[in-house]
Design a protein around this ligand. Structure first.
Ligand code: NAP
Length: 256
């Protein structure tokens, strides 16, 4: 296993300037810190201004709410002026709330779709014109293994992640043809503020440092899908092709 405490040389990584949303905590923050430790200039965005400050000399804060498309576009323009052309953008901003069927309201569904899905769409809309003009760049977003198939309590979150996986599949062929690379990152459970309140077992729970290292490695290798941890992903990919009768039988036994 790579020792992330030792900075690797910049020549390992194909990017000089990376923009990361959702970088105030969790996976996004850890990716930013690891990239900066390897000599990459990182523009970090999230709503919490204070948490974006003091992340090191190569990390610059660009506070932002990804649901505000004008702010997204203005931020991209500002980063390009202040730091230079964005080689890679990683959209990690996300929200999660379990759905309780005894208090079923549309609001959490709308909120998660707004942040998780439309937040990414907003960022893509700002990046496509500039990367398209350069015929270069990688746009990556964090979906989740929860997007592979419907899971209990995830009726609000899961569809946003399924939509993000589908979005990546839909855009990849055409964007390839104009020189823009797309990647979708599908983590299993990672120990971050997002999963802190979970009151159910989280199999194969990973540390954010490992998730970030796997994310960076996969993206640097130019993979379309970066999914981890391998054993959990394999189990869930097999579950994806099971017939409904068997899938629901297994899910009821495993989760409910
Ligand atoms: N942890 C897991 O087990 C897991 C598994 C699979 C996928 N994921 C996905 O990985 C990504 C990162 O999650 P995480 O686990 O690292 O959670 P996290 O620590 O809660 O990070 C979420 C990030 O999103 C930002 N954010 C939320 N709403 C935003 C908005 N409207 N505009 C801009 N930024 C916003 C948060 O910062 P502010 O509150 O400061 O804005 C924070 O930086 C998410 O997309 C999540 O769905 C997580």
């Amino acid at each position: 296993m790579e020792n992330t405490s030792h900075a690797s040389p910049l020549r390992d990584l194909p990017w000089k300037i990376v923009w990361i949303t959702g970088a105030s905590t969790g996976i996004g923050r850890e990716v930013a810190l690891q990239l900066a430790a390897r000599g990459v200039k990182v523009a970090v965005s999230a709503r919490s201004v204070d948490k974006l400050e003091g992340m090191g000399g190569l990390v610059k804060a660009y506070p932002l709410d990804v649901t505000d498309v004008k702010a997204v576009r203005d931020t991209i323009a500002k980063i390009e002026i202040e730091l230079g052309p964005i080689d890679m953008a990683l959209m990690a901003a996300g929200a999660y709330a379990p759905i309780d069927i005894t208090a079923f309201e549309p609001e959490p569904f709308a909120h998660m779709m707004q942040v998780n899905f439309l937040g990414v769409v907003n960022c893509i809309s700002g990046l496509l014109p500039i990367m398209g003009k350069r015929r270069a760049g990688r746009i990556a977003w964090i979906a989740s293994v929860a997007g592979y198939r419907g899971l209990p309590k995830a009726a609000g979150y899961g569809p946003t992640k399924a939509a993000l996986i589908n979005l990546a599949e839909s855009l990849k062929p055409e964007l390839d043809s104009i020189g823009i690379k797309i990647s979708v990152v599908n983590p299993g459970f990672v120990e971050t503020p997002m999963t802190k309140g979970n009151d159910f077992p989280m199999p194969f729970l990973m540390k954010p440092e490992d998730a970030a290292r796997r994310t960076i490695e996969g993206l640097a290798r130019g993979k379309f899908e970066v999914a981890y941890p391998t054993r959990f992903v394999t189990i869930l990919k097999i579950a994806r092709v099971l017939p409904y009768s068997l899938y629901f039988w297994l899910i009821k036994r495993a989760v409910l």
